[in-house]
Design a protein around this ligand. Structure first.
Ligand SMILES: Nc1ncnc2c1ncn2[C@@H]1O[C@H](COP(=O)(O)OP(=O)(O)O)[C@@H](O)[C@H]1O
Ligand SMILES: [Mg+2]
Length: 417
């Protein structure tokens, strides 16, 4: 599916057409579906399909994402089934094989159709799969040759993804309004909101049965819509790419499970029993463990932490990965903290660059972040940089030389504004 992400500005005629469609729908809702427009992203409709009695999907509530574009209704919207489903015509990414979703000659979409007819047709497809035009040939084969095996798996998936996650395992008799509320909850996200930063919200969730986090980059209304959409997509791409590259070169980062450019979400491994290095250092500070040799010699676990950070960053830069936002909040450790490896996160600003200058700026950002977040941490920073240089060879030494230049420039900037 092409990526028409984030805050798209639609022409007025499209807006009024959508409003009319939704008004008409809400005054006389179709059975088994709900539609709701996102208040902050008017080109996105969140739909749900439910009440699929007499099918393996009964009791399931399936979330559907509908993205409208400037040429609607002359071209069909983009539609994706967000809830995983075991179905011959819907693949693991939620792409749907349905004639109504394509314009002629390959499809049957016409401007007289609307969002409600589309979702109703999709609901019909869930009730009556079309194995002669499959997107998942193996599932279609099973549907034809071994219906009971198909049904058992479809029920299992429904229980796991469409039913359990919404109703917490309790049976629900979904009425339209309840379903609406539930779909909102599910959309707003796949679990508990863990934290919200300047650019993203992090939710707890489940991904194919695994504990996961959903990092949703929301749109920034103060940015031009097109620019915002471009930046969001770039950050998402940077993050997924760097997280994966790090793992390839033996640096511990969360596993990337999925990247969705339509919803601007990155789904990744949730690192269990983790805290940020920032919080670990606060814990040390509470226990009167200091980050400098000034009064008492630095404790071994603090030296050890600084050394581990220096070494992992050296490896990062050796592989020409620039993090772009190095702070102690973007590093995790797991229990038992003192012997944990460093897990790097938050790579939205990352880049792949070979130059010592960029690596030095990366270190400079970290140095400033540590010194401002953790008082009297000069000794800690020194050990970190020593370890960086020691484990990085010639290139690391060049980066440290550059770091001195960057510091000087930084100081001049601070002095003269
Ligand atoms: N994969 C993960 N496992 C566990 N905690 C995480 C993970 N990713 C992020 N976090 C937690 O969420 C916080 C914010 O995530 P981050 O990716 O740094 O987003 P932001 O761009 O908002 O800073 C982190 O400081 C960390 O506490
Ligand atoms: Mg962060």
């Amino acid at each position: 599916m092409a990526s028409k992400a984030s805050n798209v500005v639609l022409p007025g005629r499209v807006h009024s057409r959508i409003s009319k469609e939704l008004q008409r729908f809400n005054s006389n809702p179709d059975f088994g579906i709900t539609l709701s427009q996102r208040p902050s992203e008017l080109h996105i409709i969140d739909a749900t399909i439910h009440s699929l009695e007499d099918s393996p999907y009964e009791k399931g509530v399936f979330r559907v994402l509908i993205i409208l574009h400037a040429n609607y209704p002359f071209e069909p919207p983009q539609v994706k089934l967000v809830t995983p489903i075991y179905h011959p015509n819907i693949d693991s990414a939620g792409l749907i094989c349905l004639d109504l979703l394509k314009s002629p000659p390959s499809g049957t979409w016409r401007p007289i159709h609307n969002i409600a007819t589309l979702v109703t047709s999709l609901r019909q497809l869930l009730l009556a799969p079309n194995p002669s035009d499959p997107l998942m040939p193996e599932i279609a084969k099973e549907w034809i040759s071994n219906k009971s095996a198909f049904e058992a798996k479809a029920r299992e998936w429904t229980r796991k993804y469409a039913y359990g996650s919404l109703s917490n395992g309790k049976e629900q008799n979904y009425c339209s309004s309840l379903c609406y509320q539930l779909s909102e909850t599910l959309f707003n996200m796949r679990g508990k909101l863990l934290c919200q930063g300047a650019e993203a919200k992090i939710y707890e969730g489940e991904w194919l049965g695994k504990n996961a986090l959903v990092k949703h980059r929301f749109s920034k209304t103060y940015r031009l819509a097109e620019l915002d959409s471009h930046i969001t997509k770039e950050r998402l791409k940077n993050e997924a790419r760097a997280l994966t590259r790090c793992r390839m070169v033996g640096i511990r980062t969360p596993i990337v499970y999925d990247v969705d450019f339509i919803t601007s979400e990155l789904i990744m491994e949730r690192v269990e029993n983790s805290i940020t290095v920032r919080n670990l250092m606060y814990k040390y500070a509470e226990d009167d463990i200091c980050f400098d040799d000034e009064a008492v010699p630095m404790a071994s676990q603090v030296k050890n932490l600084a050394t581990k950070i220096g070494s992992v960053l050296s490896k990062l830069h050796k592989n020409n990965i620039i993090h772009g936002d190095l702070t102690t909040s973007n590093m995790l450790v797991v229990e038992p903290y003192d012997s944990s490896e460093i897990i790097l996160i938050d790579f939205g600003m990352s880049s792949m660059v070979e130059k010592a200058e960029d690596k030095a700026v990366d270190l400079y950002v970290l140095e400033r972040a540590i010194l401002s977040a953790h008082p009297k941490s000069e000794g800690f920073v020194s050990i970190l940089l020593e370890a960086y240089e020691k484990s990085g060879g010639r290139a690391a030494a060049d980066t440290i030389t550059k770091l001195n230049e960057v510091r000087l420039r930084g100081r001049k900037k601070l002095c003269f504004g």
